[in-house]
Design a protein around this ligand. Structure first.
Ligand SMILES: [Fe+2]
Length: 206
């Protein structure tokens, strides 16, 4: 009798796993790292390439990063805050723990924050990330939804040879299905900006 109910229990959990398999792969949580801002820049908008009051544009290759914030069933999560931060084109963060911080590109905003629109979409104009010592190119993200969900993660350049040697990336893709959530596939930003790239990355919070 006991054995019989155990078998039934297994059948029940199989049904549950099938239901999960039909839902979207969640964006994996990844470390915040040491460079989340200790003080936010006066200009914290979603254009990191142009700092208000600074004539020069940031050095580097422009990347238009956009997507939606969704739950695991694909439902849009409205009123989500999306923050990104990354190093400049020379590999420097604007952070007290950054060695050589004074050599950073002050025309790069380094951090940006945006609230998702009615379609739960976010959009940033930022830089194609570059490598710095010890890390493959990446963009850090933090997402907070109106219903209290939180996610800290990182996006990477799909196919970058440094990815497979990066300890954070390798941990994130222990489930290989997660690659689609963190690998940015870059395309020319035709019609938006010359010599720039664009990518669409939905953020799925389970
Ligand atoms: Fe980083």
């Amino acid at each position: 009798m006991i054995r019989r109910s155990f078998a039934l229990g297994l059948a029940g959990s199989f049904v549950v796993s099938r239901a999960f398999a039909d839902s979207l792969v969640a964006t994996p949580a990844q470390t915040e790292g040491p460079f989340y801002p200790t003080a936010f820049p006066a200009d914290s908008d979603n254009d990191l390439v142009q700092v208000r009051g600074v004539a020069a544009r940031a050095l580097g290759t422009v990347l238009h990063l956009q997507g939606r914030v969704l739950d695991a069933s694909g439902k849009p999560l409205n009123d989500a805050t999306v923050e990104i931060w990354q190093c400049d084109a020379r590999g420097f963060y604007d952070h007290p723990r950054q060695p050589g911080r004074e050599r950073r590109d002050t025309a790069f905003q380094g951090y940006g924050k945006v609230l998702t629109d009615v379609q739960s979409a976010y959009r940033f104009r930022t830089l194609k990330p570059v490598a710095y010592p010890g890390r493959t190119p990446h963009i850090h993200l933090k997402v907070a939804t109106a219903d209290g969900r939180r996610l800290t993660t990182q996006f990477y350049l799909a196919g970058d040879p440094l990815n497979e040697r990066d300890f954070v990336y390798r941990e994130a893709i222990r489930d290989p299905r997660r690659r689609e959530r963190i690998d940015m596939r870059l395309e020319p930003a035709d019609g938006m900006e010359a010599a720039a790239f664009a990518t669409t990355m939905d953020i799925v919070i389970g």
